[in-house]
Design a protein around this ligand. Structure first.
Ligand SMILES: [Zn+2]
Length: 368
């Protein structure tokens, strides 16, 4: 068990981990994460890792920020206090619509259930971007995750080293869940972590997502040498896909700056945005919210009733309907990460995410 997941994860070298997937000793091994030269692999559910956990690898030379945070995050996930806290989560199993009196906010604002409205995405992508293959068509193979952690220059807006480690560990836990659900065991998240401190004032009133997000986001993108707006996030994702040799890529911003809403993503990518406080769900439950928002990046729809979902539509690479929508599925549907605060994956979301190896009704066996 790693944190509160049914996984047996261990820290190793990225180079060794890639070879490990091919060795008979660990036929079921899967690399869940890469952080520079480090990797977090999983022993497989049918075969526990032989003997004691792998020793933590020592790196020659100074570790990069991505390596340092990836390792610290893994240690934090394995701390007994973390496991205990996660096994006793507030609002465990609660619908993401959060209809409990005095509970946390719903995951999305009414009317914005699916994702950030497209018309707030900023300037239209340049023609060459439109010709670019999609950045997140399905959750398969290697996936670049560009984390951008943005502090302000006021103490209340500062993300300390401890905060940064918590963010990375929560992201790691959420993405370990999504990796562990891959039937073909072929999903690897390849991380790139940047931190920025910007000096723009906090926006405390506005009517759009852009009103709150644009000042600090664009200042951070500028520090990273990227264009402003969604175009900058898209450029970053494209660059990471090339540099890290991945199939897909997306960008995730974390901040303490006030937002229009604490978590949102544009369906199909390229970016998601989260507030460190994660509203009433709490910073220690960023993991499940991040997994849910990543679901939107990879084209999965919401399944909780107050999202106004219906059981139709055509979602993801297989064009599957939203059959587990709580409003219309028999018995209100089954537990699922797109529906409620659970580590649960339903068949509908498996299909929406387009994992390799998902048994698909419309495809003959062996062709998925
Ligand atoms: Zn959602």
């Amino acid at each position: 068990m790693t944190a509160d997941l049914e996984t047996a994860e261990f820290l190793t070298f990225a180079e060794e981990a890639q070879a490990l997937e091919l060795t008979p000793r660990r036929q079921m091994a899967q690399v869940f994460h890469e952080y520079g030269r480090l990797a977090i692999a999983e022993g497989g559910t049918t075969e526990a890792p032989a003997g004691a956990p792998e020793p933590a690898p020592d790196l020659a030379g100074a570790p990069t920020l991505t390596e340092t945070l990836g390792r610290a995050a893994f240690d934090l996930r394995n701390a007994p206090e973390t496991r205990a806290r996660k096994l006793d989560r507030p609002y465990q199993g609660l619908t993401w619509g959060a209809d409990e009196a005095a509970g946390p906010m719903p995951l999305h604002l009414p009317g914005d259930e699916i994702a950030q409205p497209a018309d707030e995405e900023g300037p239209a992508p340049a023609p060459e971007a439109e010709a670019e293959p999609p950045l997140s068509a399905r959750l398969t193979g290697r996936v670049a995750v560009g984390l951008i952690i943005v502090s302000g220059d006021k103490p209340s807006l500062r993300l300390s080293q401890q905060d940064q480690t918590l963010i990375v560990s929560e992201v790691q836990n959420g993405l370990s869940f999504l990796a562990s659900q891959s039937p073909a065991r072929d999903v690897t998240f390849v991380h790139d972590i940047r931190v920025a401190t910007v000096t723009v004032p906090e926006v405390t009133s506005g009517t759009s997502y852009e009103d709150f997000e644009a000042p600090w986001r664009d200042a951070a993108l500028q520090q990273l040498g990227l264009p402003a707006g969604t175009a900058g996030a898209r450029r970053h994702a494209r660059n990471l896909r090339t540099q890290l040799g991945t199939n897909w890529a997306y960008v995730a911003f974390f901040t303490k700056y006030q937002l229009r809403h604490f978590a949102y993503a544009a369906r199909g990518g390229p970016k998601l945005v989260m507030h460190f406080g994660n509203d009433g769900w709490g910073s220690n439950q960023i993991d499940r919210v991040f997994a849910h928002e990543t679901g939107h990046i990879f084209n999965a729809p919401d399944e909780y009733a107050s999202s106004n979902c219906d059981c139709g539509g055509s979602w993801g690479v297989f064009g599957e309907p939203n059959a587990n929508c709580a409003a219309c599925a028999p018995g209100g549907g089954v537990d699922c990460i797109m529906k409620s605060n659970d580590w649960a994956m339903c068949n509908s979301t498996l299909l929406h995410l387009g994992y390799n190896g998902v048994p698909h009704p419309a495809m003959p066996a062996g062709t998925s």
